[in-house]
Design a binder for this molecule. Structure first.
Ligand code: SF4
Length: 689
């Protein structure tokens, strides 16, 4: 479904890779992408783009693209027509409901998909199937941000527009490698630092920005909460707080002050490995700045106590009074990894939250949705992604629709995930390629990519921007929006909102915070931040200028004690593995590895320190076997000082190497986000193949 719009020679759209949200001009010749140019007037990127957004579009015309549906017959996937595939899905969903009730069905919606697609998926699950079993992959990355920022401030997003970083006089960049993972943001942060802002980087690795930092804090993986408490301790001890702000606009200071007594720099140094002097110097830089900024990434969230980490980090701008108004400071901003991970959650593709973050357990929020949808919304929260797999394994879940996520390649415990899919009577996968997950499907629906469809994304600083089709999808591939409508129709339901524009308009009725947004307005204005309840309002780029969105209108300081990570090094597994991203590739690599970017980075590599390389008899570029208590991977060693002794790093862009099989099933105690950032491993030279 491309809203009937003929492809143009040059199409303005929003990048479908990371969450920065760069505006791109796609040059089209004979229905093929000829070039992608960064838009000079792009609200976020201002004429810049990275190697992913600019050059990684070769996958569009790949011979491996799925061009027609596939259905499983006699154990094999065979081509099918859309009517046959859709009927198979509808029949399977009806059978699952008949045999197990509505909660026997679940869907994993997609942070790669548009807002309108996510809105439609959750509406389908809630109103046609009758379950809240819908989730998206923020569960695996920034769910702790949503939970933590909501608890501290009231809303599940960053507090200030990223443009304000250009006024910041101190940047605290934590658990993020924006130079590689969010290059346009990384460049803007670096520029600000070169222009005079003080820069503190907190990351176990010597990431790109660390080379330019005034202070680089290198905490042991899994010790963030202690590190942030140590910084807060110094702010309090040295009077680097804003007493009037704390009195007038916050709560929880007494409890936090009592807790922080146990986190003086010397003790924090023992826990984290960060020298007390460095910690104090960093806290002074942040505390003495007039307009400090906190920017963070998955190094804060993907932990056993990830939500505690977000809350402990959020304490810093609260203590400093650097949030809640223009000129106060930049507040805090999570760097979203995927193009629309903010939007997928905003649209209610979550098991406990409706569009706009109303709780399904809240009768008032349900009433509002039911009034628009004309159907009851179940009150009980549904299953989270990891629970879906467990429910499939034990027979409670009988149908699972997975949209745009290769869970067998990217989720922890890939073998267990595959077993869950094999145990589930109906698995539907909507995908661009026949990936690992699709191989376990009963029905595969060929999907349109971000360059082939119509809608909107929300970027990391809450800006809605338009996504427009530049070329047609191959064969009979179609958008997830069209596929969900087709399945609903085959089940005798009319979901309404036949176009993406109408879906966003309807979403604004369910969630007043989006009430002022429309495709027509975004076409005129380019980008509009939410909350934006009315077409006459510009949208709140800076949140909380009058009061916070918590029930009492105050920012809530948190006092979680430091608790150790799920795994620590020991005699059997003496190294700690951290996983993350590299510059040229994106997530499982299904798109960036099908084009020229593969020339830039060809295979999975394991970064390790020269001391560890010598201790384990591993030479640079040698093959190594990495083992954890959960799995095994084979990688190429890259020996260098970027990782600290005792730690190793690899990216997750080459999942066939077995990287995600290494990761434990430990997960954030609040949100179930996997502890990707801390796995105890050992390594040895690999035997010849
Ligand atoms: Fe796309 Fe992110 Fe690169 Fe911008 S920085 S071009 S949004 S991948």
């Amino acid at each position: 479904l491309t809203s009937g719009r003929a492809p143009a020679d040059r199409v303005r759209t929003t990048c479908g890779y990371c969450g920065v949200g760069c505006a791109l001009d796609v040059v089209v010749r004979e229905d093929r992408v000829a070039a992608v140019l960064p838009a000079r007037d792009g609200p976020v990127n201002r004429g810049h783009a990275c190697v992913k957004g600019r050059f990684a579009y070769g996958y569009l015309g790949s011979a491996e693209r799925l061009t027609e549906p596939l259905v499983r017959e006699n154990g094999e996937l065979r081509p099918a027509s859309w009517p046959e595939a859709v009927a198979r899905v509808a029949d399977g969903l009806r059978a699952a409901v008949r045999d197990g009730g509505p909660d026997a069905v679940a869907a994993i919606s997609s942070a790669r998909a548009t807002n309108e697609e996510n809105y439609l998926v959750q509406k389908f699950l809630r109103t046609v199937v009758g379950t809240n079993n819908v989730d998206n992959c923020s569960r695996l990355c920034h769910a702790p941000s949503a939970a933590g920022l909501t608890a501290s401030f009231g809303r599940a997003g960053g507090t200030d527009p990223f443009d304000d970083v250009e006024n910041a006089d101190c940047l605290l960049v934590v658990g993020a490698n924006p130079v590689e993972a969010h290059p346009v943001v990384g460049a803007r942060l670096l520029q600000r630092a070169l222009d005079g802002a003080r820069l503190v980087v907190a990351d176990p690795r010597a990431v790109g920005l660390a080379r330019h930092a005034d202070v680089h804090l290198r905490p042991r993986p899994g010790t963030n909460v202690a590190l942030f408490h140590g910084l807060a301790h110094v702010l309090l001890a040295e009077g680097l707080t804003d007493p009037a702000f704390l009195r007038g606009r916050t709560t929880g200071l007494g409890e936090l002050t009592a807790l922080l007594a146990a986190y003086p720099p010397a003790r924090v140094a023992e826990i984290t490995g960060v020298p007390a002097g460095d910690l104090t110097a960093a806290a002074r830089l942040y505390g003495r700045a007039e307009r400090p900024a906190v920017v963070y990434g998955l190094g804060v969230t993907e932990h056993l106590h990830g939500t505690d980490g977000v809350r402990a980090l959020a304490n810093l701008p609260i203590l400093r009074g650097a949030v809640g108004g223009t000129g106060r400071g930049f507040g805090i901003s999570p760097l979203r990894g995927q193009n629309n991970v903010q939007g997928a959650s905003d649209m209610g593709a979550l098991p406990d939250l409706l569009p706009g973050y109303g709780r399904v357990a809240d009768p008032e929020a349900r009433d509002r949705a039911e009034a628009v949808w004309g159907r009851p919304v179940p009150p009980r929260p549904g299953l989270r992604i990891p629970d879906m797999f467990e429910a499939a394994r034990d027979g409670r879940l009988r149908a699972l629709w997975i949209i745009g996520e290769d869970v067998c390649a990217t989720d922890p415990g890939s073998r267990r995930v595959a077993e869950a899919l094999d145990a589930c009577p109906l698995v539907v996968v909507s995908e661009l390629f026949l990936g690992e997950t699709a191989r376990h499907a009963d029905v595969v629906l060929p999907a349109a990519s971000w360059l082939e469809k119509d809608g909107t994304f929300v970027n990391f600083d809450r800006r809605f921007q338009r996504v427009r089709p530049a070329v047609r999808p191959p064969g009979t591939a179609r958008s997830d929006f069209a596929a969900v409508h087709a399945v609903a129709a085959a089940m005798g339901a009319d979901l309404g909102c036949p176009t993406p524009a109408e879906a966003l308009a309807e979403c604004g009725q369910v969630a007043p915070v989006f009430g002022g947004l429309s495709h027509a307005r975004l076409d005129r204005e380019g980008a509009v931040p939410w909350p934006c309840p009315s077409p006459d309002e510009p949208g709140e780029a800076t949140l909380y200028t009058a009061e916070f969105a918590t029930p009492d209108g105050r920012a809530h300081l948190a006092a979680p004690p430091y608790l150790p990570p799920g795994e620590e090094p020991d005699a059997d597994y003496p190294l700690l593995l951290v996983t993350g991203r590299r510059w040229a590739h994106y997530n499982s690599g299904s798109m960036t590895r099908r084009g020229g970017n593969l020339l830039l980075d060809t295979h999975g590599r394991l970064d390790l320190h020269p001391e560890d390389a010598a201790r384990h008899g591993v030479a640079d570029r040698a093959s190594v076997v990495v083992e954890s208590r959960h799995g095994r991977a084979r990688l190429t060693a890259r020996v260098g000082p970027d990782v600290a002794p005792g730690q190793v790093f690899c990216a997750f862009h080459f999942p066939e190497d077995g990287v995600n099989a290494l990761v434990s099933r430990n997960a954030d105690t609040v949100t179930s986000c996997p502890e990707y950032k801390v796995t105890a491993v050992r390594l040895r030279p690999a035997p010849p193949r």
